[in-house]
Design a binder for this molecule. Structure first.
Ligand SMILES: [Zn+2]
Ligand SMILES: [Zn+2]
Length: 309
């Protein structure tokens, strides 16, 4: 079987837009009715079903599960790949949309994000999961641009190759480490690593070895998120019990990983990263479970999931 590239798959999808089938026309009518209804919110599941027919050759359902994630804070949307635990082959995609980043934005941002992630999902499925980050390291290569452009001009969307909610992303990413070495004078990162979770830079980051040899500095934590109301309440309860210090230490210290966990993340570092088109700080792979506000029986498979955003 010939290898299908992102570009081939893009052209195939674009080809269906010249003469819409009756089914595609129905989907288009339904989409236009939704987009014209003037409501501030949109049902992403309903919309996704129509886009699946109109733009993606009906290949996304049922393999792609669309869901809102309350804990996805690093990017507006993400495709998380799951393997079949038995065969170790990729079989499914969870397309997650960030509740915190999208809930207060115009619904066009939700729609454009949904389409952006749907394009990634389409390439994963049509290229036998070969859709990767491409030459520029972002997963938004020629094929992605072709299809995004076609969809944009077909439906007047604004799907970009960026996930451009800088301010929101930054305000949620509030653990900060500063490097002491020469890289602190170098753009674009100036030795800063910002993360939404308390995971200090270390060997499990794909860029760690490179940084060790090229800079050699050490990272010191310079910023933590303000404790939440819940945490303060928990603290004062502990205080009454005379155990505040323990609690505080436990909370400030980076979580120790078990050796098995370390092994797992070492082995899978190369494939487990999520891609952030607009990262302004060197960002290693975040563990899937940390972004995940959902739970399911398949959570073990999910922990080893690959993801792209
Ligand atoms: Zn450095
Ligand atoms: Zn993307």
């Amino acid at each position: 079987m010939p290898v299908v590239t992102d570009e081939d798959a893009a052209l195939e999808a674009i080809g269906t837009l010249d003469n819409l089938s009756a089914e595609q026309q129905q989907a288009l009518d339904a989409i236009n009715a939704i987009l014209g209804d003037g409501e501030p919110f949109v049902d992403i599941h309903e919309l996704f079903g129509h886009y699946n027919v109109l733009y993606f050759r009906k290949l996304l359902l049922p393999r792609v599960e669309v869901l809102w994630s309350p804990r996805l804070t690093l990017c507006a949307g993400i495709c998380e790949l799951s393997r079949d635990p038995a065969t170790r082959k990729f079989t499914r995609i969870r397309l997650k949309m960030s509740t915190p980043l999208l809930q207060y934005r115009p619904r066009s941002d939700t729609i454009n994000t949904l389409l952006h992630e749907a394009i990634h999902a389409y390439f994963f499925i049509t290229t036998s999961w070969r859709h990767t980050r491409g030459n520029d390291g972002t997963g938004h290569g020629e094929g992605f641009r072709l299809l995004a452009d076609a969809i944009n001009s077909h439906g007047s969307y604004e799907v970009t190759i960026f996930h451009s909610f800088h301010d929101e992303v930054d305000s949620y990413r509030t653990h900060v480490w500063q490097c002491s070495g020469p890289c602190k004078a170098q753009p674009p990162y100036f030795g800063l690593v910002k993360r939404s979770m308390n995971r200090p830079p270390g060997e499990y980051d794909s860029w760690w070895a490179k940084h060790q040899s090229e800079c050699g500095g050490t990272y010191t934590k310079t910023q933590e998120p303000a404790p939440t109301k819940k945490k303060i309440e928990a603290l004062s309860m502990k205080e009454r019990a005379g155990r505040q210090k323990n609690k505080l230490d436990g909370w400030l210290k980076p979580k120790e990983k078990s050796s098995l966990e370390n092994k797992l993340s070492d082995v899978s570092d190369g494939t487990k990263e999520k891609l952030h088109a607009d990262n302004r700080v060197p960002e290693g792979p975040e563990r899937a479970k940390d972004d995940d506000g959902t739970s399911s029986p398949a959570s073990n498979a999910k922990r080893k999931a690959d993801a792209i955003s």
